[in-house]
Design a protein around this ligand. Structure first.
Ligand code: GLA
Length: 688
């Protein structure tokens, strides 16, 4: 099979026997990024300064919630809370403990597919899932944590301990916390997540977590609030990061389990679809639960009366009674946040910067806008699998073989005028030429280990020739053996203007260098499905947290497992056909995961960066800062909150402790004085 594919590929390309040896421009270190200062410095603290677990002398709740207690519809607040709730410290709150009421009006470009996050259903992004699903640890707020104390924050896991040999991790859950319908949260939920989601090959959670994500751990339940994970190697601390958002966020086993085929559910397909997006009050551990969904219009969330976090004065959180998600477009999120008809946006599409900045500069602007570090970046990822991932046809297979050719990848990078690409999004000091790999300005970045191939159409042409590609018919595009133009398809996400603009820029620049590229622009879930199934030659990709923080999602830095890297996954037989430099990358990343020696870790990341950028594992395009836009009426928005670092700003700003002063509340609640009803029931309920 493999040999036949390669033969077909060679035939299609008409690879010339005589290798072309010509002069290409020498690689250098990357040009310095234009100076752009983040606005607002975080206040650095230790994790225990932010929150702790403890019993308080008394607890309180909004008066209208007490009406539910008085009517016999809810137990008293002290009985709904765990014995020792998570308590946010007043001293760490930018504006102190707050008051109840009001709503945060989000606008999102995604759409909820259904509530089975654990079987791969998306809630529509933009923070809707982050507000509903809670995880064992939490990393968003780490942008404010001292480097000497840098470890994930406890969350549903209140503590953990390594055995002396580092091969067993004992995790203690918060005791007595409850789901939003009052059902206990305990190791039954952990066991279901582990055995019937992670270990069940038929079930893939939304963010793709698998055994490999957790270092191939063996998990054992000890008691209702304790479990252990055992490993072959000592102290795989990255597992603590893998317990944060996206991954170890258990679902409500009491509703999920009966629909799972192992426990009498009809089929895996039926399991995935058992909790459709019109099902209301799906139980959450988050601060809110969904009570209304009007397709293509709005999703409304109301406060979870069992939420297990409080402030130091004993007020049960969240302060905000309602969360709204207008179902619109990502670009509209910026427009509405700036106009004051929406409350929040991650300004991340550089095309909107100038207009947004201008409007936000007006003292009368309803929104405050603050730029953070340069952590929004895009890459062009060549599909490096040539042994069947995504089942390419003969044309696709020929492109895969080319993608694996270093000269071909060099041709792509030489053909890119990154300055022009960045300027096409926004002029000014925002964008910087991005060679790929770790971002300049992040803690593990080392310029001397970063290889940059300068823009040169001539060098690109030489490199194409060195890869055996020539323009045999003189029409300006390099050809395959039968005389057709070589045609590469570029998969891109069409929900964001930036992705499309970059993709169009790439198409034009490749044309200048003689390579025909065709766009395949897909929306939302179709894009994700094509990406995850390997159905692409090249892909334009907005980079994730791994390249910013290194410690978060470390396994995604290289193809360390069959499904970890975006652009190189295993074929259906589970085989990975890694190139020699990828083998080196994998070794380096695994050594990093296995090391607790910070000097060694720094060196390993230099090696990683060199391997990545010199060999062009992926090809960097542009990187720029994002800005957080939040309506001015909100209190407790931490200074210097980046829109993206360990997680998105919807996690970073700790929304459950955000509040609005009584005289600034806007009266925009759609379901005032209501709480989520019973799972599957009709939505919001009143006290009487
Ligand atoms: C989308 C948006 C981001 C952020 C995330 C949160 O990806 O583009 O700005 O809101 O959702 O999941």
């Amino acid at each position: 099979m493999h040999i036949r594919r390669a033969a077909v590929a060679a035939l299609m390309l008409g690879v010339s026997a005589v290798a072309v040896q010509a002069e290409m421009m020498a690689p250098t270190t990357p040009p310095d990024a234009p100076k752009f200062d983040a606005q607002g410095e975080p206040i650095f603290v230790n994790r225990s300064d932010i929150a702790d677990y403890m019993a308080l002398p008394s607890y309180s709740e909004p008066a209208w919630v007490t009406a539910f207690v008085d009517a016999g519809k809810l137990p008293p607040v002290a009985e709904r809370l765990p014995k020792e709730p998570l308590v946010y410290k007043a001293a760490n709150m930018p504006d102190g403990p707050g008051v109840y009421g009001d709503v945060m009006r989000h606008v999102i470009g995604g759409r909820p597919e259904g509530w089975n996050f654990w079987a791969g259903q998306s809630y529509g992004w933009g923070g809707i899932d982050i507000g509903l699903v809670e995880c064992l640890t939490r990393t968003g707020p780490l942008f404010t944590v001292n480097s000497s104390d840098l470890q994930p924050m406890p969350n549903l896991a209140r503590s953990w301990e390594w055995s002396a040999d580092g091969k067993t991790l004992t995790v203690k859950l918060i005791e007595g916390a409850k789901w939003s319908d009052g059902n206990p949260f305990d190791t039954e939920d952990i066991a279901f997540y582990w055995n019937d989601v992670i270990m069940d090959p038929e079930v893939t959670p939304l963010m793709g977590a698998s055994e490999a994500t957790y270092g191939n751990a063996k998990l054992a339940i000890v008691d209702p609030y304790t479990f252990t994970m055992s490993f072959d190697t000592p102290f795989p601390e990255s597992v603590l990061y893998a317990m944060a958002y996206g991954n170890f966020c258990p679902g409500p086993s009491h509703v999920l389990k009966p629909k799972h085929p192992k426990y009498g559910g009809e089929s895996y397909e039926a399991f995935q679809k058992a909790f459709p997006s019109d099902m209301m009050n799906f139980p959450t551990m988050g601060a809110w639960a969904v009570v209304e969904h009007r397709p293509d219009d709005i999703v409304v969330l109301r406060r979870n009366p069992y939420y297990w976090k409080v402030d130091e004065t004993g007020q049960q959180l969240p302060y905000l009674d309602e969360m709204q998600y207008r179902l619109s477009t990502w670009a509209d999120r910026d427009v509405q946040a700036i106009a004051g008809t929406g409350d929040f946006s991650n300004l991340e599409q550089a095309e909107n910067y100038v207009e947004s900045l201008k409007k936000a500069a007006d003292p009368a602007s309803p929104a405050r806008l603050a730029f953070g570090p340069r952590t929004i970046g895009y890459s062009l990822l060549p599909n490096l699998s040539a042994n069947g991932w995504g089942e390419p046809d003969a044309r696709g297979q020929a492109v895969r073989e080319l993608n694996r050719n270093a000269d071909f990848r060099k041709a792509i990078t030489y053909a890119l005028d990154r300055q022009r690409l960045g300027d096409s999004l926004v002029k000014g000091p925002f964008t910087t030429q991005y060679p790929g790999g770790l971002y300049a300005g992040t803690s593990f970045y080392d310029a001397a280990s970063t290889v940059f191939y300068p823009f040169s159409v001539d060098s690109a042409k030489e490199a194409f020739a060195a890869a055996g590609l020539t323009d045999s018919d003189g029409n300006g595009f390099v050809n395959v053996a039968n005389g057709d133009d070589l045609n590469v398809t570029l998969l891109t996400q069409s929900d964001y203007a930036t992705d499309k603009n970059l993709a169009e820029g790439v198409v034009a620049m490749m044309a200048d260098a003689g390579l025909k590229v065709t766009l395949n622009a897909l929306t939302g879930k179709d894009f994700d499905n094509a990406r995850d199934a390997g159905k692409f030659d090249w892909i334009i990709y907005r980079n994730q947290t791994d390249l910013i923080t290194v410690v978060q999602n470390t396994d995604k830095l290289a193809p360390v497992g069959p499904q970890t890297a975006i652009n190189h996954r295993a074929n259906p037989a589970g085989e990975l056909d890694l190139l020699p430099f990828e083998e080196e990358m994998v070794k380096t990343v695994n050594a990093f995961i296995g090391s607790r020696d910070s000097a060694e870790r720094i060196e390993l990341m230099k090696t990683y960066q060199k391997l990545y950028t010199e060999n062009l594992f992926a090809i960097g395009l542009t990187a720029y800062p994002g800005a957080l836009i939040v309506n001015k009426r909100f209190s407790n928005i931490p200074a210097g909150a980046p829109i993206y670092m360990y997680n998105w700003a919807e996690d970073n700003i700790i929304r459950e402790r955000v509040w609005v002063a009584a005289d600034k509340q806007i009266g925009a609640e759609l379901h005032p004085n209501t709480l989520p009803g019973a799972p599957g029931g009709p939505g919001p309920i009143t006290a009487n």
